[in-house]
Design a binder for this molecule. Structure first.
Ligand SMILES: NC(=O)c1ccc[n+]([C@@H]2O[C@H](COP(=O)([O-])OP(=O)(O)OC[C@H]3O[C@@H](n4cnc5c(N)ncnc54)[C@H](O)[C@@H]3O)[C@@H](O)[C@H]2O)c1
Length: 162
């Protein structure tokens, strides 16, 4: 059963954006192990080639800034890909977002380019790593676990579902 599930990755063309990151590089190693043709797209701003030491010789590494990139370039990179794991992001946790709200726009730009490139190339699947940081600060606190949803204001409830 497991073997059959893993077989579906053999010869699949897979892109991992942000694949040189801690999380991304482990995913890249795993995909390489199960026979996928992996392309990493990363600007190496916080990621590192060293993270890819295990699979570096077997994967395609494209050093590219997905925030400031021509749409045609993304279209070209995403051509003939089956699946995209989108992990590239400026990532610093909830406190960082609170202190640098404008930097969130960089992520919006990266996401836009990735989703548009995927759509233009009819990529079958895209997996997007979101984060708990999208929720209000109050939901990051321990007591949020015991919060009574009925006591929330309508605005807070709206935040929960967006
Ligand atoms: N680390 C966590 O605990 C955690 C938890 C939940 C969700 N996530 C999400 O998972 C994803 C990956 O997280 P991570 O911890 O590996 O983050 P990370 O900061 O280590 O990795 C982000 C990767 O994206 C690359 N990158 C940044 N800007 C880029 C750009 N403009 N163009 C191309 N590449 C760019 C970086 O070089 C890096 O390799 C993020 O979307 C993050 O929000 C992480």
């Amino acid at each position: 059963m497991l073997r059959r599930k893993l077989e579906k990755w053999v010869d699949k063309n897979v892109i991992v954006t942000g694949g040189a990151s801690f999380i991304g590089s482990h995913l890249v190693d795993k995909l390489d192990n199960v026979g996928a043709n992996v392309t990493v797209v990363d600007n190496l701003s916080s990621g590192s080639i060293d993270n890819l030491a295990k699979s570096r010789d077997k994967i395609n590494l494209i050093k590219k800034d997905l925030e400031h990139v021509a749409k045609n370039e993304v279209k070209q990179i995403f051509r003939n890909q089956n699946i995209i794991f989108h992990l590239a992001a400026i990532h610093g946790g909830r406190g960082y977002i609170q202190k640098h709200p404008a930097d969130v726009c960089s992520n919006l730009s990266i996401d836009h380019h990735v989703f548009e490139g995927a759509s233009q190339n009819n990529v079958e699947n895209i997996v997007f790593a979101s984060t708990a940081c999208v929720y209000l600060m109050i939901f990051n606190r321990e007591w949020a676990l015991t919060i009574n949803l009925r006591n929330l204001t309508q605005t807070q409830k709206n935040w929960l579902v967006t």
